[in-house]
Design a protein around this ligand. Sequence first.
Ligand code: UDX
Length: 441
Amino acid sequence: MRLSVIGCGYLGAVHAAAMVSIGHEVVGVDVDEGKIESLSRGEAPFFEPGLPEILTEAIATGRLRFTTDIAEAAHAEVHFVAVGTPQQKDGSAADLTYVDAAVDALLPHLTAGAVVAGKSTVPVGTAATLAERVATAGATLVWNPEFLREGFAVKDTIDPDRLVVGVPFHDGSATAEGERAADMLREVYHPSVAQGTPFIVTDHATAELVKVAANAFLATKISFINAMAEIAEVTGADVTTLADAIGHDVRIGRRFLGAGIGFGGGCLPKDIRAFSARAEELGRGESVAFLREVDAINMRRRDRAVDLVVAALGGSVFKKNVTVLGAAFKPFSDDTRDSPALDVAVRLFGLGAWVTITDPEAIPNARALHPQLNYVDDRDEALRSADAVIVVTEWDQYRRELSPEHAGSLVNRRVIIDGRNCLDAAAWRADGWAYYGMGRP
Ligand code: UDX
């Protein structure tokens, strides 16, 4: 099929390349010329494992091109809208400027019978408004939320665990136009559909809500275990053992029960805030009031990590060398948006510590946000002369490939704070380190 992808960021760039790899012809559109130039050369403008490979292959087929000119998308049968919906600068709601602009720009080029498939995460009710505008061109709007995880985006796009398509409904079932649009999406995702991936056709509002509900649940799960970490901290219990024990219950499950400095990134934090704001607008703020607690627990974990460093250094970090291992919000990503790792580093810097920060991929993004910090590419160089080391992103380079003995030969003092509970506490202690975990004795 002929597809267009409007917005070529973390979501759109991967979607464009992945759609070519399953047989389609794709034009990717973005207003950022630099991004388009780099993508056209087959270079990913951000770090995502596997993306450079599928991008290069896709361009070589001749079925993928990138442009800043949205008119070149006119011939597409399905247009995916994959632009960002960041948090508003002066509030917690989602900023829909880019979604509105993308639809406005697309409207004059839409042909009758085309499908516009929104992938961006939006407040429930957005699709209904956009659908009216899209209908003026004789096209159909569907909402097709995206559940990809950064770091696994290629796999999650080519082989998703479910597909959700919100189509126009009337009296509780899809309209004829909605059925037709759903069939076109089935054709787009034909390999997944053929192998039996759940394909859920629903109304616009449900599809929009599925996405925010999924992220709200994941955020709640992480904050739940972090709340247990807070209780563990005052009782001498060990939250990692607790997570293992409750995780054996299949109704609970061990995944996303990793206590530590909490969640960050371009999705979870802003999505739960936007969900709360939208619920307030709908007069149902109390239904998701718990999300404010989820957010508050999450932010407190950053305080806790900083407090641990301060306590480990005898009550002050002023003029002490603190090495921060990690800047990305999670491993396998260079994303530093709302990164708890970077925030911890900035807070330590604010307390007067001499902070040295390293990360295998995220230094350029981190430096752009916080140029005041001292960035060092080489892990071992970053560790040299540290009075305390804090692990804030669980990269293999810190978790598996750094031995307590080797690290001990570089630092000034053997003090380690494990902000992700990712190290073998016993092994570090056996080597003479003072080890501090999150929610662990
Ligand atoms: C998330 C959702 O998982 C994905 O489905 C959605 O499409 C976008 O938002 P992503 O932001 O890539 O994906 O990251 P995710 O793997 O969910 O991790 C989010 C944050 O939670 C990270 O900062 C991570 O370190 C943290 N986390 C995760 C924990 O603190 N503990 C855990 O147990 C798991």
